[in-house]
Write a protein that binds this ligand. Structure first.
Ligand SMILES: Nc1ncnc2c1ncn2[C@@H]1O[C@H](COP(=O)(O)OP(=O)(O)OP(=O)(O)O)[C@@H](O)[C@H]1O
Ligand SMILES: [Mg+2]
Length: 368
């Protein structure tokens, strides 16, 4: 029987929990051609959510999806974006001709193999050649919308990566082009929250006020509990609601960690899942991650380690009590370590104080 949990890739269908409100909100924005900027910490489900939206509304829109993390230079971007733009047209030869007519400086070549059309692109590699190709490509989505009489939705995943291209020039150019594109909805997605928030909320940046800022929240606990319960149930295994709730707590509501832990619980459990099986699976997960967690921990200075260990027990580490209990130094020394840990993405700032970002790393630290 197939494991009903999945992690490490985007999920859809029965592997995908909830997100009903977000799907409604994004659909409203698409209908109004309201550009959106969706952000969250890593692995909260941004890519899965947007891919589900694109597939749910595939009959009403033309989707163009690109992950900028996979396109490290402008040349890669040009090729990958052109390929994403063409994706919708790869069905038949007639449609290929249609898409080819949009490109002039970027030259597509089509190949039929294994029952499928594939497309690749070439263009002049001189600086002016690249500039002109870029101008052409970023103006194609509105042309497609006009020709096909359908709304085009362009998703730039890991959008913060455009900073790697040529600083702010590319940003300005893209912004100048998209602000006149009425039948195209742009959805920018990002996970390096401090970098990407600055792009959309700093008045000095090109994308300031260019999109609705939409922070992606956690999936509500009840939905997660139902999901866990239902997925085990679909393979004839039963789990009590209170055990499912414990899994949500251990995973700090992170869908990635829930799927990772449940995947292993499913492997070690019988028909009825009990607490000892959850503990056993958790131990297995932690020991499989031991080397990785040790490398994170080992890269820190002695005092950063002390601060991290304190934070694994306590959110408020600046109180007199915490200073005594965890043998911490004065606030400015602690603050410097906190800053370094934030930079390394090992901790995050929450309403209640600082917290270890990876919930299983936190459990690993608590056991030290
Ligand atoms: N709605 C969901 N229901 C169930 N599991 C989910 C859901 N969303 C995400 N996950 C789990 O979390 C993992 C990470 O999801 P995804 O890659 O979509 O997140 P992300 O926010 O795009 O991550 P990154 O910041 O690394 O780009 C998935 O592999 C899956 O296991
Ligand atoms: Mg993603």
């Amino acid at each position: 029987m197939k494991n009903p949990f999945k992690y490490g890739e985007t999920v859809s269908g029965e592997y995908f929990a909830d997100r009903k409100k977000e799907i409604r909100d994004i659909n409203e924005c698409i209908k109004a051609s309201q550009n959106m900027f969706i952000y969250s910490y890593r692995r909260l489900g941004k890519t899965s959510l947007i891919k589900n939206v694109l597939s749910l509304f595939k009959d009403e829109i033309i989707p163009i999806y690109i992950d900028l993390e996979k396109s490290p230079t402008i040349n890669h971007f040009l090729k990958d974006y052109s390929a994403s733009i063409s994706q919708h047209f790869l069905g038949t030869k007639e449609r290929l001709k249609e898409i080819a007519s949009f490109f002039k400086r970027v030259i597509p070549s089509f190949e039929f193999a294994d029952g499928k059309w594939r497309v690749s692109f070439d263009f002049s590699r001189t600086t002016t050649g690249i500039d002109k190709a870029l101008d052409e490509v970023i103006e194609i989505p509105p042309k497609i919308a006009e020709r096909c009489k359908r709304r085009v939705v362009v998703v730039f995943d890991e959008f913060q990566e455009i900073e790697q291209y040529n600083g702010k020039v590319f940003e300005k150019r893209l912004r100048a082009s998209i602000q006149h594109q009425n039948d195209v909805c742009y959805i920018f997605i990002g996970s390096k929250t401090h970098i990407i928030l600055d792009m959309f909320t700093n008045p000095e940046r090109a994308f300031f006020r260019s999109a609705m800022v939409y922070p992606l929240d956690y999936i509500p606990d009840n939905e997660l509990v139902e999901f866990i319960h239902g997925r085990f149930g679909s393979t004839g295994k039963s789990i009590s609601k209170s055990s499912a709730r414990r899994i949500v707590q251990l995973s700090n509501r992170s869908p990635y960690h829930i799927q990772l832990l449940c995947f292993h619980i499913w492997l070690v459990s019988g028909k009825r899942i009990d607490e000892t099986q959850i503990d056993k699976a958790l131990d297995e997960v932690l020991s499989a991650q031991n080397e990785l967690y040790y490398s994170w921990y080992d890269s820190l200075s002695l005092y950063q380690k002390a601060v991290l260990l304190a934070l694994s027990q306590e959110r408020e580490i600046f109180s007199q009590d915490a200073i005594l209990t965890y043998e911490l130094k004065g606030p400015s020394t602690t603050q410097a370590s906190v800053k370094a840990l934030l930079r390394n993405n090992l901790i995050i700032k929450t309403k209640e104080g600082y917290d270890i970002f990876d919930p299983f790393f936190k459990l690993w630290l608590m056991k030290r």
